[in-house]
Design a binder for this molecule. Structure first.
Ligand SMILES: Nc1ncnc2c1ncn2[C@@H]1O[C@H](COP(=O)(O)OP(=O)(O)O)[C@@H](O)[C@H]1O
Ligand SMILES: CCCC(=O)OP(=O)(O)O
Length: 353
């Protein structure tokens, strides 16, 4: 058993999760929650780099963590790429800063990892970024030749959960035919077959609305809004990716707050929360058709899957499709560490972006 020391950094839309490992064992972990009202003061994701880095360094100091063999961050909206562990290179950092496929907190993972790694003279990596693309070609067709459907998803957790489920179901991961719904700040709903994520709603832009994304919108009305003269491009993008969903309707990205509102009798909160479950269920059903009715299980994961209230609402709509398994939260920190260890121990070669 190795005792290599790995720091894993996972910037999500609502939090930055940190974990310090010795080998594959977590020694310390922490989650810095970011208030939506603070986050929304930053126009661009890359502008949050110093503010998030400071919070991480404070935690490292307070825990006395100084011994590191590498730093690994969640990868962002890079160019479409195969899954794997990648060295953080200048080219990769450049694309994370630009956000070649868009703005998302995960763009900060490689950038923060690089800063901390440089200070400690150790390598920095990313693993299974949100830009992993395993689409069947048919999934790329949008309906307008100028626009392709794109694979942007919670690849890291979905792959990790697929491996967990395959162990629990006593099957090789390549033999699974399942729908995996990652329900977090953003939502990815994936049909998995032959070990590949052959389609997804694209967690940033369409499918169900989420705690802070609008999801897919009536396209004509969106175009009218965009050309109304009231908004510039950056503002419209922010409304779609960071100020939509629960934030837009109810002013919070925290589903626990929404559930308190519902328990206190807030009818609007109840309608919006039910609508989120309804849209999630419709997307699950759409992905059941991708698997031609052969889905053996629906697997719910991500932070929202801790909620019995939401899980029950989704079950009501989808249990007829296949039995539902719930793996609440995410295994992303372990998945990041394992990806880095495979490289540090020589089991795998780091890929070059
Ligand atoms: N116990 C819980 N009950 C209901 N919702 C929860 C619970 N724990 C976390 N959540 C919700 O999950 C969402 C965040 O999920 P998470 O997977 O951590 O997302 P991200 O990594 O995108 O920040 C938030 O809306 C949060 O309120
Ligand atoms: C763009 C896909 C990843 C995503 O939406 O992650 P969060 O739920 O952490 O925002």
């Amino acid at each position: 058993m190795n005792d290599l020391k790995v720091l894993a950094i996972n910037p999500g839309s609502t939090s930055t999760k940190l974990a310090y490992f010795s080998g594959a064992k977590i020694i310390k972990k922490h989650s810095v929650d970011h208030n939506a009202n603070v986050i929304k003061n930053y126009d661009k994701i890359v502008d949050q780099l110093d503010f998030r880095l400071e919070a991480i360094e404070n935690w490292l100091d307070s825990e006395g963590i100084t011994n590191l063999d590498c730093v690994v961050g969640r990868g962002g909206l890079l160019k479409p790429m195969p899954s794997g562990t990648y060295t953080v290179s200048e080219e990769l950092k450049k694309d994370l800063k630009i956000g070649v496929q868009g703005e998302h907190a995960s763009n900060l993972g490689g950038l923060i990892a690089d800063r901390i790694a440089k200070k400690n003279s150790v390598p920095a990596f990313i693993v299974d970024p949100v830009a992993v693309d395993e689409f069947d070609d048919i999934a790329r067709i949008s309906g307008m030749p100028e626009i392709d459907r794109r694979s942007l998803l919670h690849a890291l957790n979905i792959k990790a959960v697929a491996h967990r489920a395959s162990k629990d179901l006593n099957k090789d991961v390549k033999d699974l035919n399942v729908i995996i719904a990652h329900l977090g700040g953003g939502i990815s709903i994936v049909p998995l077959t032959n070990g590949r994520m052959i389609d997804v709603n694209n967690a940033n832009e369409y499918g169900p609305f989420s705690p802070e994304r609008s999801g897919g919108l009536p396209v004509g009305d969106l175009v009218k809004l965009a050309f109304s003269g009231k908004y510039d491009l950056a503002t419209i993008k922010k409304k779609i990716t960071r100020e939509g969903g629960l934030v837009g309707y109810l002013g919070t990205n925290d589903a626990r707050d929404v559930e308190k509102m519902i328990v206190d009798g807030d009818k609007k909160a109840e309608l919006i929360y039910k609508a989120m479950a309804y849209q999630i269920s419709k997307e699950i059903a759409a992905m059941a058709t991708v698997l031609q009715g052969n889905a053996e299980n629906i697997i719910l994961t991500g932070g929202l899957s801790y909620s019995d209230m939401l899980v029950d609402m989704i079950k009501e709509h989808t249990e007829f499709i296949a039995p539902i398994l719930v793996y609440p939260g995410e295994d992303e920190m372990t998945a990041l560490c394992e990806g880095a260890l495979r490289v540090l121990t020589g089991e795998e070669k780091a890929k070059t972006y």
